[in-house]
Design a protein around this ligand. Structure first.
Ligand code: HEC
Ligand code: HEC
Ligand code: HEC
Ligand code: HEC
Ligand code: HEC
Length: 338
């Protein structure tokens, strides 16, 4: 009798937990997502998390920015055989990010419930099998929770569809165009910047056709600029193109490209991955404070030939010692946070 009561008690707690989980799942599901890889498990924890506010507003910003472009491109994908390849071509990078854990999560949950029920009902050896199943399922659920919680507010794997099928693989890869030809500001300013369509015209006033998309995608450059390729005149009003931003650090973080590219001599690929192999840009690394920014700052030496450091007083350091970035303030909260 006593034992029965215990089980009832535990299961009512579980019931409440389950109802909460389901509610969170549904809220998240209803919210839907901007994020091509995220699952409703991830969003369920968004809702539960103390960060909910931040994450949701961040997601909304992205959603608003991305919606128009996504809507427009969706139509194009349907009408355009060339663009049907758009998703497929990016296959190489499809496993970046937390992935979609929804199915695994649901299966683990079902196993957990069945096993939990079996612990109460069964006797003897079967009961112990059920106990082990409960523990295993719980362990697995925790693992998924951890993965999803880590990804909170971060967007590793985010790869929005862009309004023009612009491919880094074609440009930076196959045609070997230097990153800084288009992202000229990376060396001198905080933002690497995205080139204006006039930069595209340096080549595309001549190159009117691509191997993958024929003339269709390049024609969009002309359209946005109000350019007529037959008469070679800018005779119509143009309309600026709205690229969808891929990388977005939270607003409370300060990041500066020049500091890394110019002073720090860090290659673009160390932070952005092999962009020259990507058709669609994907956020390749998890831009996390600890495992990304601080990890490098604690290991990486600064460029001591930089004349700026002549005036620096590195206490207790011999000439020639490696001076890591954290020694010059790269681990102080205020150097990265407003
Ligand atoms: C011919 C011009 C051109 C070249 C060369 C080029 N890019 Fe880009 N890049 C663009 C354009 C246009 C975008 C915006 C559209 C997009 O995201 O695909 C962009 C976007 C990006 C983004 C994503 C920005 C965001 O929204 O967060 C990264 C990162 C990037 N480029 C890195 C590189 C790197 C690294 C190289 C060299 C390997 C490179 N680019 C070479 C034109 C170029
Ligand atoms: C130390 C890491 C790091 C290096 C090196 C780096 N980037 Fe970035 N890049 C970032 C981060 C972080 C962001 C997001 C910034 C934000 O949201 O404020 C970003 C954003 C961008 C963007 C989006 C537009 C912008 O400026 O915010 C482009 C384009 C870009 N990077 C291109 C490049 C290119 C090209 C290089 C090499 C010349 C490069 N990056 C080197 C970390 C890096
Ligand atoms: C330095 C020269 C150069 C610049 C600058 C340049 N492109 Fe290109 N682009 C090329 C070449 C060359 C090709 C043809 C590649 C092929 O298909 O062989 C090409 C192809 C393309 C294609 C068709 C790809 C395909 O295979 O279907 C598109 C779309 C495109 N570029 C868009 C852009 C946009 C947008 C910009 C500006 C952000 C830009 N390009 C800037 C040289 C350039
Ligand atoms: C791959 C290595 C690497 C990564 C990743 C990296 N940094 Fe850095 N960072 C450097 C180097 C090298 C310097 C030193 C540059 C110099 O000599 O001034 C630096 C300097 C800085 C500084 C100036 C420190 C000071 O007080 O002078 C800030 C701020 C900074 N990084 C922010 C960030 C942020 C934010 C991120 C993550 C989004 C990040 N960094 C990721 C290598 C990195
Ligand atoms: C080298 C740069 C850097 C330094 C130094 C740094 N941060 Fe951060 N911090 C970041 C970045 C980038 C993010 C956002 C990315 C993420 O989610 O980790 C962040 C996020 C945070 C967040 C929000 C966490 C979240 O999950 O939203 C807090 C709080 C924070 N940092 C506190 C601190 C404190 C306190 C210090 C000093 C002990 C510090 N940071 C030093 C780069 C830095």
């Amino acid at each position: 009798m006593k034992k029965c009561k215990m089980i009832l008690k535990i299961s009512s707690i579980t019931k409440i937990g389950l109802i909460l989980l389901l509610l969170m799942g549904f809220t998240a599901f209803a919210q839907n997502t901007h994020y091509n890889k995220s699952s409703f498990v991830s969003l369920a924890f968004n809702v539960a998390s103390v960060q909910a506010q931040q994450v949701v507003s961040h997601a909304q910003t992205l959603q608003v920015a991305g919606k128009d472009a996504q809507k427009e491109t969706k139509k194009q994908v349907q009408n355009d055989d060339a663009r049907a390849n758009y998703d497929k071509i990016n296959d190489k990078f499809k496993d970046i990010g937390p992935g979609n854990n929804t199915v695994k999560f649901v299966v683990a949950l079902v196993v957990f419930l069945l096993a939990f029920w079996a612990v109460g009902k069964m006797k003897g050896k079967v009961k112990w099998v059920a106990v082990i199943a409960v523990l295993l399922a719980l362990g697995y659920i925790s693992k998924i929770t951890y993965t999803e919680a880590r990804a909170l507010g971060r967007q590793q794997g985010y790869a929005p569809v862009q309004p023009i099928w612009f491919s880094h693989k074609v440009h930076a890869g196959q045609n070997g165009i230097n990153c800084e030809y288009c992202h000229a500001d990376a060396r001198t300013s905080r933002h690497a910047g995205v080139p204006s369509l006039n930069v595209c015209m340096n080549c595309h006033s001549q190159v009117k056709e691509g191997k993958v998309s024929g003339t269709k995608e390049i024609a969009k450059i002309y359209k946005h600029l109000g350019y007529n390729p037959t008469t070679m005149q800018y005779d119509k009003p143009g309309k600026p193109i709205e690229w969808v931003k891929v990388h977005n650090l939270p607003d409370h973080v300060y990041f500066n490209h020049a500091q890394h590219v110019q002073a720090g001599k860090v290659a673009c690929q160390e932070c952005h991955g092999p962009v020259e192999e990507m058709d669609r840009v994907v956020e390749y690394k998890e831009l996390a404070m600890g495992d990304f920014c601080l990890k490098c700052h604690r290991e990486r030496g600064i460029d001591q030939s930089n004349p700026y450091y002549k005036h620096y007083d590195f206490k207790d350091m011999k000439k020639g010692d490696k001076i890591t970035v954290d020694k010059i303030g790269g681990a102080d909260c205020s150097s990265c946070h407003y």
